[in-house]
Design a binder for this molecule. Structure first.
Ligand SMILES: Cc1cc2nc3c(=O)[nH]c(=O)nc-3n(C[C@H](O)[C@H](O)[C@H](O)COP(=O)(O)OP(=O)(O)OC[C@H]3O[C@@H](n4cnc5c(N)ncnc54)[C@H](O)[C@@H]3O)c2cc1C
Length: 388
């Protein structure tokens, strides 16, 4: 076995985005002598199509990984404005600030932190996996006691272990670019669109005179337009944010958590986008990538003999109720009227606004009393419309 040249790795991580780096960092944090290999097909720094928005929950994860100050040099953003598909508007200050850090910077810092913690980082594109007794053999080269597949939305490893891709009905697509804004602009704007709903544009100022701007929608809705995808995505972005002409446009798929697979097979654990852990209400995925990567890294060293059941339990404990909540809300949110009602209630009731942030960006769930308030308003709006 050629892997013998390297010996057996305690953990091989495929993909060095937030999920993969978190897995590698956590494994070494818990067992500093663990042999951890982090593979990515690209060299870092590298760009990644993303809104670059890092929620406070993501910063909590960085602290758990022992990197509390990793993005402290970036400006915290507290102001959030959301415009619903029917024009309801909420403008408020979030309880805990978000950050906007270009992925070229953020991901490279995570990889550097992993390297500094003793993780071996190599450029390598993974194409094959084989079970070999108590090990997994990666590309016939690296023998691992456990593998974390953190290779993103189009995960090759997920395919190699026989799990299907996220169904198209649970896949979104989004384009992002950068635009010039005044340095003092510190409002994160989300402007939803009724046409082709669910669909929205965003502007997330970085704090350096630029903003990450973008537009996303469900893949089947884009296909239904029967026009070149690029034309639709770029056109809608320009239509919704006409004052912010964007450069460096780049699009990518978002596998939403309503279409999530089993979290792995055998000694292979899926994390982040490879596990379809993107919030279907907001498109947020960095927090879930960091969280799931951390839990997978934990299982790899704490339950080395059979990590997958431990990982599955930990993931269920951390996100089970939240994921069931967003499954239900994503179904309700197919009606733009539901989102209009939620935003209308949030604009008047602070606790509803805070709750929407927790559900959209964190691991929040909805208490029945508040679900009732939104459903009541939704019903009322529906009756009013019918009465017209
Ligand atoms: C346009 C857009 C906007 C978004 N905006 C936000 C936002 O503002 N906030 C937010 O929280 N989330 C956002 N998301 C989601 C977020 O980008 C993802 O959820 C996040 O990047 C997931 O991290 P990851 O580590 O799982 O995967 P990735 O970040 O995709 O990393 C996967 C890594 O695997 C590597 N790789 C792939 N295949 C292989 C292979 N075969 N071998 C070796 N390496 C491989 C890749 O090179 C890559 O480095 C957005 C997504 C899109 C598309």
């Amino acid at each position: 076995m050629s892997g013998a040249a390297d010996g057996v790795w305690d953990l091989v991580v495929v993909g060095a985005g937030p999920a993969g780096s978190a897995a590698a960092l956590r494994a070494r944090q818990l067992r500093p002598e663990a042999r951890v290999l982090l593979l990515d097909r690209e060299d870092f720094p590298r760009d990644k199509a993303c809104g670059d928005g890092i929620a406070a929950h993501g910063r909590d994860e960085l602290a758990r990984l022992g990197l509390p100050g990793l993005i402290d040099d970036h400006r915290p953003t507290r102001r959030l404005e959301v415009v619903s598909p029917g024009g309801e508007r909420v403008h408020a200050t979030v309880a805990r600030p978000n950050h906007v850090v270009p992925r070229r910077v953020f991901d490279a810092r995570l990889v550097e932190a992993a390297r500094a913690r003793g993780v071996e980082v190599r450029r390598h594109r993974v194409r094959a996996l084989a079970e070999l007794g108590a090990h997994v053999l990666v590309d016939g080269l690296f023998a691992a006691r456990a593998v974390v597949a953190a290779d993103g939305a189009n995960s090759a490893v997920r395919r190699l272990i026989g799990l299907p891709a996220t169904p198209e009905r649970h896949t979104a697509i989004a384009v992002r670019g950068y635009a010039d804004v005044p340095v003092g602009d510190d409002v994160q704007l989300i402007a939803m669109q009724r046409e082709g709903w669910p669909a929205y544009a965003w502007s997330f100022p970085v704090g350096d005179g630029s903003a990450n701007v973008g537009f996303g929608m469900l893949l089947p809705r884009l296909q239904a337009c029967d026009l070149p995808g690029r034309r639709v995505l770029h056109g809608r972005l320009a239509e919704l944010l006409p004052h912010l002409p964007a450069r460096d446009l780049r699009a990518h798929h978002l596998p939403l958590s309503c279409g999530r697979p089993r979290p792995g097979a055998g000694r292979v654990m899926l994390a982040g986008d490879a596990a379809s852990l993107i919030n279907p209400l907001t498109g947020e995925g960095i927090y879930y990538a960091l969280l799931s990567g951390r839990l997978a890294g934990e299982a790899a060293v704490r339950a080395a003999g059979d990590p997958l059941p431990a990982y599955r339990r930990a993931l269920r404990g951390a996100l089970g109720r939240h994921l069931r909540t967003t499954d239900v809300l994503a179904r309700a949110a197919r009606s733009p009227g539901f989102i209009d009602a939620a935003i209308a209630v949030a604009s008047r009731r602070r606790e509803v606004f805070d709750l929407l942030v927790e559900v959209g960006l964190g691991a929040g769930t909805v208490p029945p009393r508040l679900a009732g308030a939104v459903a009541g308003r939704w019903l009322l709006d529906g009756l009013r419309l019918r009465g017209r």
